[in-house]
Design a binder for this molecule. Structure first.
Ligand SMILES: Cc1cc2nc3c(=O)[nH]c(=O)nc-3n(C[C@H](O)[C@H](O)[C@H](O)COP(=O)(O)O)c2cc1C
Length: 316
């Protein structure tokens, strides 16, 4: 698909992996990034809020723009618009989202129940753009319909350049353990690159996932919350270098501050501060005796409050 891409991917996560967070993750290792999922209808109707989600940072490559929807013509048009707006290196199609609002509309993981329509969407998007098209999906809808292998074959046939498999069913949502056997089975079944996703959260799990699945690339999601350092650790592990030491509070505060500064620039004070409430708490994860600071963070209202919290974080 892409020419010799990095082997690590930051998972697209709506409401989390915005431009600011992707930028701090990129500071720790060469990674592929993907935007949060973007509504194809929103793009086609030229909704301004939707369009904002497609923005990439300067120099953010390789990066994909992820779109969702279930109407082939709308998806094709949306892909072209998203590509033009973002200058992304590839277009990723979301066929894995389990959120009730999304699947009720026939989008996201619902497409795993209609592979024929899913194939038409992939073909339509492919013919609308001149960059690789990738598909992200799950192990299946539920335990009774585990169709990742057939679905991956269909994606390849329809012209996808790579697939990303999250080893959980739609019914599992984000609970339980991810099944990596199905990713290994997909890898054995298709000739295009396969990205393994689900429960990759440490150097040890990354190495185990690579070995278990034979996947070409690894995608990490929730373990990166407040933890862009993860990518430095994963990169060291897969390249046989020593794992960097865990980040000190001052380092956490520094990078939380870099992320906040970018969010301020991009979104303005109010959204940046509201989002920083979550992100800053995540940056404190695993630090003992930080409860009192979390209680202050969730009440932050202004940029001054945020800078004050960062100062306290650095001194923990
Ligand atoms: C808050 C949140 C938002 C997500 N948003 C998206 C999304 O926009 N597009 C997508 O393909 N997957 C989305 N996902 C799924 C992740 O990309 C990933 O597949 C999942 O979290 C499993 O990986 P993990 O075990 O490393 O977290 C989201 C997950 C979370 C927790």
């Amino acid at each position: 698909m892409l020419n010799n891409p990095p082997r690590l991917v930051l998972a697209p996560m709506a409401g989390v992996t915005d431009l600011a967070f992707r930028a701090v993750c990129r500071a720790f290792a060469p990674i592929v990034t993907v935007t949060e999922m973007v509504s194809s209808k929103g793009l086609v109707y030229r909704d301004a809020k939707t369009a904002r989600l497609t923005a990439l940072a300067e120099g953010e490559h390789p990066a994909g723009v992820q779109i969702f929807g279930s109407d082939p013509a709308c998806m094709a048009q949306a892909a072209a618009i998203a590509l033009e707006m973002s200058g992304a290196d590839f277009v990723d199609i979301n066929m894995g989202c389990p959120t009730p609002k999304i699947v009720k509309n026939g989008d996201g993981c619902q497409l795993m129940r209609d592979p024929e329509l899913a194939g038409r969407i992939i073909e339509a998007v492919r013919s609308a753009v001149n960059v690789p098209v990738t598909v992200k999906f799950r192990r299946g809808w539920d335990k009774g319909s585990l169709n990742a292998v057939e679905f991956a074959r269909m994606c390849e046939q329809a012209g996808a350049s790579a697939v990303c498999v999250h080893g959980r069913t739609k019914a599992q949502m984000y609970g339980g353990a991810a099944d990596w056997d199905c990713i290994a089975a997909v890898k054995a079944a298709v000739g295009i690159p396969v990205v393994a996703n689900g429960d990759i959260c440490s150097p040890e799990t990354a190495l185990r996932a690579l070995k278990h699945t034979g996947a070409d690339m690894l995608m990490a999601g929730r373990a990166a919350f407040g933890n862009p350092f993860l990518f430095g650790e994963l990169d060291a592990a897969i390249n046989g270098r020593p794992i960097p030491a865990p980040p000190a509070p001052s380092q956490r505060a520094h990078w939380a501050g870099v992320q906040f500064g970018l969010a301020l620039e991009n979104r303005g004070e109010r959204p940046a501060v509201l989002e920083a409430r979550r992100h800053f708490c995540w940056y404190l994860h695993g630090l003992p005796r930080a409860g009192w600071l979390k209680a202050e963070i969730i009440k932050m209202r202004t940029r001054e409050d945020a800078y004050e919290a960062l100062k306290k974080m650095a001194e923990l």
